[in-house]
Design a protein around this ligand. Structure first.
Ligand code: DC
Length: 235
């Protein structure tokens, strides 16, 4: 990795579903005053588009229609004053809440397997990262989107712990969920994400592994601070 006293780093955070990537990535971005991009939100937005246009359902996936639709789809992140954060916009409409529902989670891995979808998302992601000073999380950010990134982190945690975290998150939002179903969804997504032909989830050769199974967010940030000083990055 090419880090040392450089100001506008590109930091990639890849890893399994429900590993706490977004929480960690957001904290890093806040700490360094960098831009944060949740690439998973982009794939979720395309999946929502598919559901709304009757392109995907339990026994149907009209890939041809998706390939046509994706060309004219716009995904963007805009600041929402009322919630004091950046949120996901699909063709000009705020879809931040809708993309987090179980319906979207059920189909998102299938939609993310399609080459045209990935091509379009990667173009948008690289546009955001042009100037550096960015933290982006996802599955292929260190391997495909920014292979030259300054700092690559690969996050992992046991499936049981990830399912517990996700389950608690849903409960806290008042969403009724079944623990076994949540765990199954996580395992299914792990399988599809790591086995797909295009840009599968895998650790970049130069990524640093963070297993946060037994770590709080605070401990993860302490780990990150140490990493920054080891890499001689002053901020
Ligand atoms: O990070 P997340 O769980 O919100 O991501 C949702 C899905 O999007 C995930 O199951 C796989 C896909 N994804 C991807 O294929 N590539 C990325 N860079 C980010 C997410």
């Amino acid at each position: 990795m090419r880090t040392s006293n450089k100001k506008c780093l590109t930091i990639t955070i890849d890893g399994y579903s429900s590993c706490g990537k977004s929480t960690f990535a957001k904290e890093i971005a806040r700490r360094l005053k960098y831009k944060y991009i949740d690439s998973g939100a982009m794939y979720r937005a395309v999946t929502l588009l598919c559901i709304k246009n009757n392109i995907i359902s339990r026994d149907k996936f009209d890939i041809k229609a998706l390939k046509l639709l994706i060309a004219e789809t716009d995904i963007d992140f805009r600041f929402t004053e009322t919630r004091n954060r950046h949120e996901t916009f699909l063709n000009g409409k705020n879809v931040e809440d809708e993309i987090r529902t179980a319906g979207v989670s059920d189909y998102v891995s299938q939609v993310s397997e399609i080459g045209q979808v990935r091509g379009k998302m990667v173009t948008i992601q690289r546009r955001h990262g042009k100037e550096g000073g960015i933290v982006m999380d996802g599955r292929d950010i260190g391997t495909v989107v920014f292979p030259e990134a300054d700092l690559k982190i690969f996050m992992t945690a046991s499936a049981e712990i990830r399912a517990e975290r996700r389950y608690k998150e849903l409960q806290a939002k008042g969403i009724d969920a079944d623990f076994e179903a949540v765990k199954k969804n996580i395992e299914k997504r792990d399988y599809i994400d790591t086995n797909r032909k295009i840009s599968p989830l895998k650790k970049a050769a130069d990524a640093i592994v963070l297993d946060n199974s037994d770590m709080t967010v605070q401990e993860q940030m302490e780990w990150f601070e140490e990493l920054l000083s080891e890499l001689n990055y002053e901020n």
